[in-house]
Design a protein around this ligand. Structure first.
Ligand SMILES: O=CN(O)C[C@@H](CC1CCCC1)C(=O)N1NCCC[C@H]1C(=O)Nc1ccccn1
Ligand code: NI
Length: 188
């Protein structure tokens, strides 16, 4: 099972490299790793499992974060009802060779900024990202998929796609005005 020790240190070169395209048919080992990445997210969002295995809760994980230079990431994002109970997954997907094929000019940014399981510290500032994206990718079986996302879901997937391009969230923070949104950015 994947735990925090499997995450490479922030300064590890792989986190700053372009990940390699996944070849199909995917080899069994990489497929198993992808499934384990999704399971890590599920475990990390389960208070008992997170406590037991000292997991930082995460909604996404990209292969380079665990030292694998392949274009693959998992997102597991649940929806919750007013009592805070999980209802259904908003995104429960393993993205292979993802590509943003179109995006809005308008931007959004999480008003509290972003974090990263590969960055064991707070980095203050907002991370402006296109408000809507259309992403083309393959699923683990090799099927071509296309998904349109907006707002928080778009932020999560863009954060993960950045990892495949060696980009970390704080690369997007304007250190002179870290909390100042531009006129085309809405805080969410
Ligand atoms: O590349 C992937 N990562 O680095 C894991 C990141 C991905 C998100 C950061 C901003 C957009 C995507 C992650 O999930 N986090 N960042 C660090 C600590 C918090 C945690 C988080 O936001 N957790 C969460 C949120 C809602 C519900 C449950 N858990
Ligand atoms: Ni991250």
């Amino acid at each position: 099972m994947i735990t925090m020790k499997d995450f490479v240190p922030e300064k590890e070169p792989i986190l700053r490299e372009q990940a390699r395209p996944v070849e199909f048919p995917i080899n069994e080992e990489l497929k198993e790793t992808a499934v384990a990445m999704r399971q890590f997210l599920i475990n990390s969002q389960d208070p008992k499992m997170a406590e037991k295995y000292n997991l930082r809760p995460g909604v996404g994980v990209a292969a380079p974060q665990i030292g694998i230079d392949q274009q693959i990431f998992a997102v597991y994002l649940m929806d919750y009802d007013e009592e805070g109970n999980e209802t259904e997954p908003l995104i429960d997907e393993i993205f292979v060779n993802p590509k943003i094929i179109s995006h809005a000019v308008q931007k959004v940014a999480l008003k509290e900024g972003e974090g990263c399981l590969s960055v064991p510290r707070e980095v203050p500032g907002i991370v402006p990202r296109p408000k809507r994206v259309t992403v083309k990718y393959n699923d683990l079986e090799g099927n071509e998929k296309k998904i349109r996302l907006r707002d928080y879901q778009a932020v999560v997937v863009q954060h993960e796609i950045d990892h495949l391009k060696g980009i970390l969230f704080y690369d997007h923070i304007d250190e002179k005005t870290p909390w100042e949104p531009d006129e085309d950015t809405t805080l969410i």
